[in-house]
Design a binder for this molecule. Structure first.
Ligand SMILES: Cc1cc2nc3c(=O)[nH]c(=O)nc-3n(C[C@H](O)[C@H](O)[C@H](O)COP(=O)(O)O)c2cc1C
Length: 166
């Protein structure tokens, strides 16, 4: 049996050095302010022998958080942090997709601004946040965005259409 796993993979929008893909895994290693850290860049770089990495779930706003210490993508400090990650991964010729998420009702008042009730992921506001996060991901040179459990009608298509790889 030939080892296809190690062969490059070419598709219209995707070009991988091999066929190994790392699944998204929440690691809760962000710094205060949900900022990606140098340790995270090191962690992803260590796994960049894969052809493609899908990041841990990235909250699209401060209302989208469902866990502590998950790295966001909605402030300048956070996007600067992610730049270290994408640069470290690209350095090793690995592609990286941003998995953006809104945890909706899974969240808890203790994680919400002013301890308010969590918003459902089908509310209007998360849609705006997704669009913003998608634009940020594009600027950060992620190869694509992956929306986690989005049920809002048309949102997936809209966010995908916003995505313009550089
Ligand atoms: C610690 C941990 C964190 C995870 N975080 C995420 C996540 O952020 N997003 C996601 O879609 N899946 C997440 N998963 C699910 C994994 O990506 C994967 O789907 C799951 O482990 C099953 O993989 P398997 O079928 O290869 O065993 C997580 C899994 C683990 C163990």
């Amino acid at each position: 049996m030939s080892l296809q796993l190690f062969l490059p993979y070419e598709e219209r929008t995707l070009s991988l050095k091999n066929r190994m893909v790392m699944a998204p895994m929440t690691r809760c290693r962000a710094a205060e302010g949900d900022i990606p850290t140098p340790l995270m860049a090191e962690y992803y770089a260590q796994r960049a022998t894969a052809g493609l990495i899908i990041t841990e779930g990235i909250p699209v706003s401060n209302k989208a958080r469902g866990y502590l210490w998950t790295p966001g993508i909605y402030t300048r400090e956070q996007t600067d942090g992610w730049k270290q990650v994408t640069a470290a991964v690209h350095e090793k010729s690995c592609q990286i997709y941003a998995q953006i998420w809104h945890t909706g009702r899974v969240s808890h008042t203790s994680l919400q601004p002013n301890n308010e009730q969590p918003e459902g992921a089908t509310d209007e506001a998360p849609g705006d946040a997704v669009c913003f996060a998608t634009r940020m991901a594009t600027r950060l040179t992620f190869q694509s965005v992956h929306l986690y459990h989005w049920k809002q009608k048309g949102l997936r298509e809209y966010a995908t259409s916003l995505y313009r790889p550089r």
